[in-house]
Design a protein around this ligand. Structure first.
Ligand code: UD1
Ligand code: PEP
Length: 426
């Protein structure tokens, strides 16, 4: 298993390219199942989760090829789908595999997807995906660990989910585009990645309005066609680099960014003392001295993203003052706290709330990554900590960050990947 070794204390300076968004690319890849024509996606990041999705789609019979420089273009051809089953081996490594459920049942009338189960950050049930498909006329059963959905043709329906769910909204939107009649998704998620997916579907011939609001209206069509779509920039990766410069100091410019989708993060970082300037596709951020502590609650978009909670906590760990953080989306998303404490952070947890008393400095140690954003918070802490920090189990990081250590090296960090097999830097 690979590890990261970081020697902290260097400010970050320079420019870095933001990659395409993991959480937009995943549903867009699955949307290719909705048509027999070729769909080409650009700005697809090279991540383990993308590799897993491509493996899953190929297993279903989709032809998927990467091209372009640096391989960020993926062409998908779902003319000959031979299997309607997403197996446990793939679903267990990536919960987003559930996103094939809606497209498969909509186009082929049947899907079998292994139940994803819980993960480190929470239980993460899929009851709302199931409830929505059932409202559209699908017969749903749980058989041998699989959710099985069958419907000759889905029928439009008005669906109000019990809570706001991102992949739930995406699954139901993809199901509804080929359903008969009108579907209204009430209490829909408003995340920018939903808008990105809706824009792809519209280019494929879908009739969708209201995406980006909590009421999405979809008029089903009988077939969709191929298209080309550029995946939006990753707002969470971009926010992670901003937290890194906020903690380590220095000045960086993010290229190929989408600041319009980053409002809550940019506001909080400005409150913490970063000097931030934005254009349409770039963000410049500088920090000198210690950041100020900033409290926040995680919320659905346009609130502060749960996927940024761990990274802003790492910044708070070395800030001046005390920050109160409340996680409202997932019940167990504080796994990074005990590892940050190993680096000297002063953090107390009480239920969903974390109280972070900023300390003047952290000290390097060996820590373990427990999930994707927890890993990113440890990288940020390692960039500030005195001496060497070794982060174990960074396969979590590789799920969602494209070449993070190369990008940080480019910004002047002292960081290297050590491969599990023999201690070689890569
Ligand atoms: C691939 C992807 O896009 N992942 C993102 C997506 O995950 P994901 O779509 O899985 O997260 P949801 O928005 O569905 O989850 C929100 C909350 O609703 C609950 N819930 C959800 C569905 C359901 O059927 N029943 C239910 O109880 C979840 O357990 C959670 O507590 O949104 C999360 C919240 O912004 C992000 O952290 C993830 O990075
Ligand atoms: C939780 C995340 O992803 P996933 O939903 O794929 O687990 C994330 O991107 O932070």
């Amino acid at each position: 298993m690979d590890k990261l070794q970081i020697t902290g204390g260097r400010p970050l300076r320079g420019e870095v390219e933001v990659s395409g968004a993991k959480n937009a690319a995943l549903p867009c890849l699955c949307a290719s199942l909705l048509t027999a024509d070729a769909v080409t996606l650009e700005n697809v990041p090279q991540l383990n989760d993308i590799g897993t999705t491509l493996r899953l789609l190929r297993q279903l019979g989709v032809k998927a090829e990467r091209a372009g420089q640096p391989g960020d273009r993926v062409t998908l051809d779902a003319t000959r789908v031979e299997s309607l089953e997403a197996p446990y081996e793939l679903v267990k490594t990536m919960r987003a595999s559930i996103l094939v459920l809606g497209p498969l049942v909509a186009r082929f009338g049947e899907a079998r997807v292994s139940l994803p189960g819980g993960c480190a950050i929470g239980q993460r049930p899929i009851d709302q995906h199931i409830k929505g498909l059932a409202a559209m006329g699908a017969e749903i059963s749980i058989e041998h660990g699989f959710v099985v959905a069958r419907a000759k043709r889905l029928k439009g329906a008005t669906i109000r989910t019990d809570m706001i769910t991102v992949t739930g909204t995406e699954n139901l939107m993809m199901a509804a585009v080929l359903a008969e009649g009108l579907t209204v998704l009430e209490n829909a998620a408003r995340e920018p990645e939903i808008v990105d997916l809706a824009e792809l579907l519209i280019k494929m011939g879908a009739r969708i309005s209201g995406h980006g609001t909590d009421r999405i209206v979809i008029e089903g069509v009988s077939r969709l066609h191929g298209t080309t779509h550029r995946v939006m920039p990753d707002r969470i990766e971009a926010g992670t680099f901003l937290c890194a410069v906020g903690a380590a100091g220095g000045e960086i410019v993010l290229r190929n960014a989408d600041p319009a989708s980053m409002g809550a993060t940019l506001d909080k970082l400005a409150e913490a003392g970063l000097a931030i300037e934005c254009g349409t596709d770039w963000v410049q951020a500088g920090m000198s001295g210690r950041p100020r502590a900033v409290g926040f609650r995680t919320l659905e978009y346009p609130g502060f993203a749960t996927d940024m909670q761990a990274q802003l906590m790492a910044l708070n760990a070395i800030a001046e003052g005390t920050a109160v953080i409340t996680e409202t989306i997932f019940e167990n998303r504080y796994m990074h706290v005990q590892e940050l404490r190993r680096l000297g952070a002063d953090i107390e947890i009480d239920g969903h709330t974390a109280v972070v008393k900023g300390v003047a400095g952290l000290s390097g140690a060996t820590v373990m990554a427990t999930d994707l954003r927890a890993s990113a918070s440890l990288v940020i802490a390692g960039l500030v900590a005195d001496g060497q920090t070794t982060i174990d189990r960074i396969y979590h990081l590789d799920r969602g960050y494209e070449q993070m250590e190369r990008k940080l090296l480019q910004l002047g960090a002292d960081i290297r990947r050590v491969s599990g097999s023999g201690g070689q830097a890569r």
